[in-house]
Design a protein around this ligand. Structure first.
Ligand code: NAD
Length: 261
């Protein structure tokens, strides 16, 4: 239990990758603040299950990542509860698939705000607490789309490239403070976010579900396997270890070879 006594805030942790990361951090004894949208009863089940499994505390904060004051409030709440956060994971994210000429401006704004700007607000609020303790871990879920592009995902690709730039800058600013700042860039992970893109992509390209999965999504992934949320979570957990203290300002791929091509 190498994270006993530490505390973590994981944005977008009511589902998919974020939920797996929250489980993994709690599994090593960290107090965890869950965040994200969803059905209240399902969130409460996840919260109690995580607390029971770890023996540490689990709280839920409904902060909307489009609202800076709610983000600051969530970080302040983690500080009041636990004197943290020692670890923040910027994971909340949304996707929208459309060609540039038809891309709705409000979808562009939402993707940039949720996938990129929220990480700025989280880091801005959390870094002073980490500096005061001389220890901190900031991990952001970027994407293979932080390194390469795909058509019809302009806002997402821009936001994920931006998230890596933000992380590099903050890594340099905090390099002598015991804080590391890194991105994990998964390929396609089987989560609700990916599953929900399938109907639109089927419509946009006139393909069947199997064609979208095998010929489009996994076409880019040489292993021909989806990454799992648990694999991404294990990677995030490693970055929280003291052995990982030299890893900062990095954008680390877990993409089944996608960006090697
Ligand atoms: P998901 O849809 O399962 O989870 C997204 C989470 O973000 C949910 O908890 C949701 O409630 C939360 N969220 C969305 N809007 C929010 C808002 N305004 N405020 C607070 N929370 C909000 O998706 P996922 O696949 O687990 O994605 C998690 C992250 O991983 C995202 O940043 C995504 O871009 C990234 N990613 C996913 C994949 C993939 O293939 N699934 C690949 C690379 C990167």
């Amino acid at each position: 239990m190498f994270l006993k006594g530490k505390s973590a805030v994981v944005t977008g942790s009511t589902s998919g990758i974020g939920l797996a990361i929250a489980r993994a951090l709690a599994g090593e004894g960290a107090n965890v603040m869950l965040n994200g949208f969803g059905e209240a009863a399902a969130i409460e089940r996840a919260r109690t299950e995580i607390a029971a499994a770890s023996g540490a505390e689990a709280l839920y904060d409904p902060a909307d990542m489009t609202r800076p004051e709610q983000i600051a409030g969530m970080i302040a709440r983690a500080h009041d509860a636990w004197g943290g956060p020692d670890i923040v994971v910027n994971n909340a994210g949304i996707q929208f698939v459309s060609g540039i000429a038809d891309f709705p401006p409000e979808k562009w704004d939402a993707i940039i705000v949720i996938n990129l700007t929220s990480a700025f607000h989280v880091m801005r609020a959390a870094v002073p607490y980490m500096r005061a303790k001389g220890w901190g871990r900031i991990v952001s879920t970027a994407s293979a789309h932080s390194l390469v592009a795909s058509p019809n995902k302009s806002a997402y690709v821009a936001a994920k490239h931006g998230l890596v730039g933000l992380s590099k800058a903050v890594a340099l600013e905090t390099a002598t403070d015991g804080i590391t700042v890194n991105c994990i860039s998964p390929g396609y992970v089987w989560t609700p976010l990916v599953e929900s893109q399938i109907p639109d992509t089927m419509k946009a390209r006139g393909l069947t579900r199997e064609q979208v999965m095998n010929d489009l999504l996994l076409a880019a992934q040489p292993t021909k396997e989806f990454v799992t949320p648990e694999q991404v979570a294990a990677f995030a957990l490693f970055l929280c270890r003291d052995e990982a203290k030299a890893i900062t300002g990095a954008n680390l791929s877990a993409d089944g070879g996608w960006t090697a091509a």
